[in-house]
Design a protein around this ligand. Structure first.
Ligand code: ADP
Ligand code: MG
Length: 239
């Protein structure tokens, strides 16, 4: 088996003195799609915030592409190749779609390549090309999610983390986003996907991590998790 791209071990994290995540361990292979599922408040967003350096690691390690990142600043996580598409998308609302994409490349200096990547994103999401000059805040929810994913990809990450992919979006939009995520993974970019629709998450991802009150309760191939009676009952509403 190849070396993991991301390897998290004995990770403890939270907010100030409050510990939310306990002893988290899992890994992500290059180009792999891994989903992170769990109930509201389980700690999924907290984990993504820790893996983008927004929250300090209290204990444990984060190895990414051979580098130790626990304790590093958010900028170092970004330059190492981890992009975070936060819950609620957090676009720069008054700025145009095109400028939002450029903001995703703000640490890059290769101007010609940046323009080429914008073209690539426009090909991936034709609706963004049509709306290039429109204020991002006026986009529909699905378009905003596309813009947020494209902005994340503009940093040329090796791992794209998406928090709540489908929240509030129509099924056709979710299907389109799923196709794009599969394509991103085929191009060699790994994806860590937080998704409340567990059936969708299991369809897209090869492996899954189940978080329960800040701990990993289960971890394995999604084909196995989707057959697990406890997972089906707790997260898929199947008795
Ligand atoms: N800014 C914060 N300060 C303190 N506790 C927080 C903060 N944000 C989230 N939490 C707590 O962390 C726990 C995990 O939350 P979160 O990571 O948002 O869960 P999820 O994304 O799985 O719904 C919850 O108990 C929540 O109340
Ligand atoms: Mg969350």
């Amino acid at each position: 088996m190849s070396e993991p791209l991301l390897k998290v071990a004995s990770l403890v994290s939270g907010y100030g003195d409050i510990t939310v995540l306990h002893d988290i361990a899992f890994d992500v292979a290059p180009g792999e799609i891994v989903c992170l599922v769990g109930s509201n408040g389980a700690g999924k967003s907290t984990l993504l915030r820790t893996l983008s350096g927004l929250l300090a690691t209290q204990r444990g390690s984060i190895h990414f592409d051979g580098r130790a990142l626990a304790g590093a600043a958010p900028r170092e996580f970004l330059t190492a190749g981890i992009a975070h598409v936060p819950e609620g998308r957090r676009l720069f609302g008054p700025m145009s779609v095109a400028d939002n994409l450029r903001m995703g490349a703000y640490l890059r200096t290769d101007k010609a390549e940046i323009e080429r990547d914008i073209e690539k994103m426009n090909a991936m999401f034709p609706i963004l090309a049509a709306r290039a000059k429109q204020q991002a805040g006026t986009l529909s929810g699905g378009e905003q999610q596309m813009c947020a994913i494209a902005r994340g990809m503009m940093g040329r990450p090796r791992l794209l983390m998406i928090d709540e992919l489908s929240l509030g979006l129509a099924p056709q939009v979710v299907e389109k986003l799923g196709e794009v995520i599969a394509q991103i993974s085929l191009e060699g970019v790994a994806v860590l996907l937080v998704e409340q629709d567990v059936a969708t998450a299991f369809e897209l991802a090869s492996r899954g991590v189940v978080l329960d009150t800040g701990r990993v309760s289960l971890l394995g191939p999604t084909a196995e998790l989707s057959r697990n009676p406890a997972v089906r009952q707790a997260y898929m509403g199947i008795a």
